[in-house]
Design a protein around this ligand. Structure first.
Ligand SMILES: [Zn+2]
Length: 438
């Protein structure tokens, strides 16, 4: 939609130098900049942008030092940039990047992530590596267009040598026993449910670590691979290249896997293949976006699973939340609510009136918290539960049957951490509600 204008001396010179016909058009500055970026990728020039590189190093250092899992770099209304770090699930302000520097930092990140630097109107994914204090970190990067600029999020991938042991996640001994029993059953079908950021991946990797990787053929299909684990054949989903969950799973079956990890079940075909696999004796571990363990069967039925097949194959449903732990240096004495006492009584949990609450000090960056711990629920599928599932019972009905078999809702497990002074009641109520214990 350019407008032609009369050729001038410049076009004449260009014509001579390029030996091409020159046509002059008027375009908005933005489009010209984008065209220039597309034609002359600024990789070399941008890499030498030492200010942007320096700022980026500082951001990575800040993120690694406070164990941030994500870094959000996003444009503000004034076209400057805001950098926030996701520490234990809460965003913390890190710095503001003035306009100009913001674009250069984003551009440098795109270069280092092997993204198309000329493309700013479509979302992109990439990866980069950072070394800090001699330690290497894999970082997944993604961009989305926001108000004419780009927001970029960096996610630090978990290092396999830092994946905690299953025992360190916060499960009670009794719960851990039930979970491990379920995991080791031949033809096991274990589902870990929870919302985004609830620690499903960490629990999955911690579980895979307990398998005898030397003697068992363990394969996974993940989107994306969040942690590279030696001893496991991991396939990354790549929709553009045609490697979808179903395609990758079918290919894996030809290689006789003993144990399969499916990163997430989110479509009917994957659920169907998973059920077939479990019926042929392959042990299966997977994650599902569902609020709690009681809602797993209904969610799988929604995704196309047949109730009777599900009832005979599902072995364990786990759900979890990651709850911030109080800073030991500054936590303050307080008391527990009457609701918490009532729930504790109902489920046979020893809850005293004493509790602790967050304050904030130097040691915890004035957040009052340091580190996170899991609150879990484990639903071990037994014949009675299978029958309830097959009837299509609502989650609450399923819960009544499960209660008789030893199941306790997550909120009760979280209250165990409150009673032990590990976290505060207010922190628990950010994630869970007493309604789930009724
Ligand atoms: Zn503190």
């Amino acid at each position: 939609m350019g407008v032609s204008v009369e050729s001038d001396e410049l076009s004449e010179r260009l014509r001579q130098q390029t030996r091409k016909d020159i046509r002059t058009v008027i375009l908005p500055v933005r489009e010209i900049r984008e065209a220039l970026q597309r034609l002359y990728p600024p990789a070399a020039a941008r890499e030498s942008d030492s200010q942007a590189a320096l700022v980026l190093d500082e951001i990575f250092a800040a993120a690694i030092e406070c164990y941030a899992c994500d870094v959000h770099i996003e444009p503000t209304e004034e076209r400057s940039g805001r950098v926030r770090l996701d520490v234990d699930g809460v965003l913390q302000h890190d710095r503001v990047l003035e306009s100009g520097l913001y674009e250069r930092v984003v551009s440098l990140l795109k270069v280092r992530s092997n993204m198309n630097t000329g493309e700013s109107r479509l979302p992109q994914d990439g990866r980069l590596s950072v070394t800090f204090d001699g330690r290497g970190f894999d970082v997944r990067t993604s961009t989305i267009p926001v108000g004419g600029l780009e927001k970029i999020v960096l996610r630090f991938l978990q290092r396999f040598d830092l994946v905690p042991d299953l025992e360190q996640l916060g499960m009670s001994g009794e719960m851990l026993g039930r979970f491990q029993r379920g995991l080791r059953r031949p033809g096991a079908f274990c589902v870990i449910a929870g919302p985004t950021g609830s620690g499903k991946s960490t629990t999955s990797y911690a579980s895979l670590q307990t398998l005898d990787l030397g003697r068992v053929n363990v394969c996974s299909v993940e989107d994306p691979i969040e942690c590279r684990m030696p001893g496991i054949s991991q396939i990354a989903v790549n929709e553009r290249a045609g490697v979808t969950f179903p395609v990758a799973l079918r290919a894996l079956f030809r290689q006789n896997p003993h144990q399969l990890f499916i990163g997430e079940m989110r479509d009917a075909e994957t659920v169907e293949i998973a059920l077939q696999a479990s019926l042929t004796g392959i042990s299966l571990l997977t994650t599902l976006h569902a609020r709690d363990a009681l809602r797993v069967p209904a969610r799988l039925v929604e995704l196309g699973a047949e109730r009777s097949t599900l009832a005979s194959s599902l072995t364990t449903c786990v759900s979890q939340r990651l709850i911030r732990m109080l800073c030991r240096r500054c936590k303050l004495k307080s008391s527990i609510s009457s609701q918490a006492l009532a729930v504790g009584r109902r489920y046979g949990l020893t809850v005293g009136i004493d509790a602790w609450e967050a304050q904030g000090c130097d040691a915890c960056d004035f957040s009052g918290f340091q580190g996170r711990i899991g609150a879990f629920e484990v639903l071990e599928m037994k014949a009675e539960l299978g029958a309830s599932m097959e009837r299509g019972d609502a989650p609450a009905e399923l819960g009544k049957v499960a209660f008789g078999l030893g199941y306790r809702p997550m909120i009760v497990d979280a209250l165990r951490h409150v009673a032990a002074g590990v976290t505060s009641e207010a922190e628990v109520l950010r994630h869970l509600s007493y309604e789930d214990a009724e």
